[in-house]
Design a protein. Sequence first.
Length: 319
Amino acid sequence: MKMGKKAFSYLLSLSLIVGTLSGLLPGTAMKVYADGINTLSDLQTALDEADSNTEIIVSGVIDLPSGTNLDGHGATVRVETPYVDANGLFADNPTSSGVFRVKASNVVKISNMTIMGGKGDAAINNDGCLTLTNVTLMRSNRGLKNSSGSTILKDCAIVRNSADYGGGLLNSSGKVVMDSCSFSENIGVSTRDWGGGGAAENNGSMYLNNTVMSNNINDECGAAINNYRGKLYIMNSTITGNTAIGNYNTGALRQSSVYIVNSIITDNIHNQGMGTNVISSDVNDGGNLYYSVVGQHSNSTNITKCITGDVTGKNVFAS
């Protein structure tokens, strides 16, 4: 049976109308769970019904025991009032807690979730063995604090967090491994000599692969990463457009135990006091660079087969 052009046009129009109306049906509206969720059991019940239109509001930090494997199905899990508001400003009365805590020796996995914390130590505080996959940490008083445990981040985004130091992430003494992650619009606000790390501060061991850090700001040293007495390994990554505004001339990276391979670190600046003295500042206080593109670097930096300085007009892919 052939369908006439008029009939086909009618059915096509009808399908478009139904498709448009379906986006307005209650089933697609934002689902909010705000009934004082403060236990893993209650959270899991909410997540079982969650999708990308779901917001789950927790009323306190939830301890995650060993063996926990949380799949958020695209949902947002947050405190009542995140530390940073939707406009990127500090909230007037943020919730005083974070969201998750992993104690020592506990093995935990979290995936497919957006997490927003309050004024607590971090959205996630980890002392165990934590794996984050496709997780966004945002609008928190620090996205992640890895106190003495180990954390693996895969395909994660750390966005618009703020803290005294380590705005996006603080690795106090453990190990952090990041693969295919991004850090942007994180801020470190401490003006003390040891303050730093708009995107991250590292006091332990930190490994970056295929990771981008851009548009992060710090009030003192290391707008992207303040490598403070730690060891930092950067491979196949890009660090650009970060700004430090303190007294130290350390725009992107600070400290000497830094090893950079096949990466791009350019167009980071130091603008002391947000005045007119704006200078390029990419890698300072030493470091070890191999097969990379680096703008400004300190004289103590060890360089092997890199393109440095102004890269305009240069073949950055030349051997």
